[in-house]
Design a protein around this ligand. Structure first.
Ligand SMILES: Nc1nc2c(ncn2[C@@H]2O[C@H](COP(=O)(O)OP(=O)(O)O)[C@@H](O)[C@H]2O)c(=O)[nH]1
Ligand SMILES: [Mg+2]
Length: 370
């Protein structure tokens, strides 16, 4: 076989592999159950970890009597009713709610765990053997109370005291870690660690879904998003190489604008900066700097929001930039794919897109931590 033929079979194998991975990613779901009494902040946490106002909070909510399912891309988040009620007696809770079908659980409390919680928690961990994370929400209130009551405790000391207390409260059931979080201050306390540990208890596509679909509340989480977004950009570039291309009026090259539009949407989703998430960001970004960032977010949504906008963008990039794009080497695919103009443009477009989203997401995080 000649060198050329070799490259060609290598390339089509690679493109096939990209397509397979993309397909698998798109069909992967992760089912997370939120267990805990009404009022502890399950709905608020669902919103905080997705960066979207999905679940009604406080007065607007109905008490959870039936499980309520929220879909967020690859995630299925289920607000489960509390255990030990007439409708869901503790002994039958796991079976009645088919909890064996879940991938992980977030067990939420505000002040303490009750006897019924203990029974269910140990069933989830010891019998179902599922990852189960113990979360003590409203840590902001705990700190404010401690200060008000005149306890001269640092946040770390407060954390330690509460963790000891929860562990004693749950004994003899063993607990590795209790996460002190606040749904109102998602980038503070243990929420970033919690999300990181959740992601690390999975592998493969489920891990990728969790890294992309959960909001990033730390720099580490943002860096994972960037890496994943570039991996996905390569899948789209591969798709562009395979697709029939539509010429863009005023450009000498052909690109598939539909693919670029879908890639733009995907990247906005990975960074939790879609139009649907604007309301959530509006609720956490305060002050003049926060409002300016919100405006930038909206501007980005418009910039990449339609095929027409993207075509205009490409034209503005113009003849100056596009020849460079052609010669760019695509690390994932090697020379052969770089030769395909559509793939080159798609990859290069994606790189710029990811940089822009990454930049604003980084600034938002800095603003929340300032
Ligand atoms: N201060 C504070 N309030 C919270 C926190 N999480 C939830 N809340 C409030 O607690 C109330 C109940 O929250 P919700 O999410 O509806 O609880 P759910 O019944 O468990 O879904 C609402 O008024 C929330 O705003 C938190 O971390 N800190
Ligand atoms: Mg609720």
């Amino acid at each position: 076989m000649s060198r050329e033929q070799n490259d060609e079979t290598g390339l089509s194998r690679l493109l096939g592999e990209f397509a397979r991975q993309k397909q698998e990613y798109e069909s992967t779901t992760v089912k997370c159950g939120f267990v805990g009494r009404s009022g502890v902040g399950k709905s608020s946490l669902i919103n905080a970890i997705t960066g979207e106002k999905l679940a009604p909070v406080g007065f607007a909510k109905e008490t959870t009597i039936e499980p309520h399912e929220y879909l967020h891309r690859g995630l299925v988040l289920v607000d489960l009713p509390g255990c030990g009620t007439e409708r869901f007696p503790t002994e039958e809770y796991v079976q009645q709610l088919s909890l064996e079908s879940y991938d992980l659980f977030i067990f939420v409390t505000e002040l303490r765990f009750f006897q019924d919680d203990k029974v269910v928690y140990s069933q989830l961990v010891n019998e179902l053997k599922k990852p189960c994370f113990l979360v003590r929400n409203k840590f902001d209130l705990a700190l404010a109370d401690a200060a008000y009551d005149g306890h001269n405790l640092s946040a770390a000391e407060c954390k330690e005291a509460i963790e000891r207390n929860v562990k004693e409260n749950l004994a003899p059931v063993e607990v590795k870690k209790v996460y002190m979080v606040s749904a109102r201050q998602p980038s503070h306390h243990d929420l970033p660690d919690l999300l990181n540990d959740i992601q690390d208890s999975f592998a493969g596509m489920k891990k990728l879904r969790l890294e992309n679909d959960l909001a990033a509340w730390s720099q580490v989480a943002l860096l994972k998003k960037r890496e994943n977004a570039m991996r996905i950009t390569a899948w789209y570039a591969g798709m562009a190489a395979l697709n029939g291309l539509n010429p863009v009026l005023g450009l000498d090259v052909s690109v598939d604008l539909g693919i670029l539009r879908r890639l733009s949407r995907e990247v906005a989703e990975i960074y939790s900066l879609t139009q649907e998430q604007e309301e959530y960001w509006r609720s956490v970004l305060k002050g003049a700097d926060g409002r300016a960032l919100l405006q930038k977010m909206v501007a980005l949504t418009l910039k990449y929001g339609t095929e027409t906008a993207i075509a205009t963008l490409l034209k503005a990039l113009g003849k100056r930039e596009l020849p460079k794009v052609f010669s760019k080497f695509i690390p994932f695919a090697g020379q052969a794919l770089a030769c395909a103009a559509g793939a080159g443009i798609t990859y290069s477009f994606g790189k710029g897109l990811v940089d822009e989203y990454h930049d604003i997401a980084t600034k938002i995080l800095a603003d929340l931590n300032s």
